[in-house]
Design a protein around this ligand. Sequence first.
Ligand code: S3P
Length: 165
Amino acid sequence: MSPVAVFVGPPGAGKSTVAEIVGQRLGVDVRDTDQDVEAGEGVSVQDIFIDQGEAHFRVLEEKAVASALAEHDGVVSLGGGAVLSPASRAALAGHRVIFLDVGLAAAIRRVGMNSGRPLLLGNVRTQLKNLLDQRRVLYRDVARFTIETDDLDATQVADQAIALI
Ligand code: S3P
């Protein structure tokens, strides 16, 4: 069993929205690793970061990624930091991974200045810039395809993704 598509990319790339549209169009279920972690723990990602720290969240996320890739044949959307794990990057090999790329300005616009995302507390622009600079190489590394999303809305991105599937 292998997902029909796996979306990766930073916060603000539109992964969850695009995954939902693609799932609806193809008539398949969508798995979102953030939601899987939240369902498993019974608390929000934000609260896991606050109460138990990022390292603990990354352990839970790595397990959620492994299960989603092994058990799901629909669409999978990974949390933005999932590619930080070497084990998750290795697990993505051979899957139809689609990197939703986004420039800094578009990411800031989409995330907004009150994202509620724990990694973006403080200066959203600085945090997003650092995150994009550090991770773009990792997203490219795992991706079979890349969609440049800056000038597209979620429906247009979904159209391009479906054409790749
Ligand atoms: C994170 C992104 C979030 C979530 C967590 C950490 C990250 O998911 O997993 O807050 O490290 O980029 P989204 O990419 O869906 O915002």
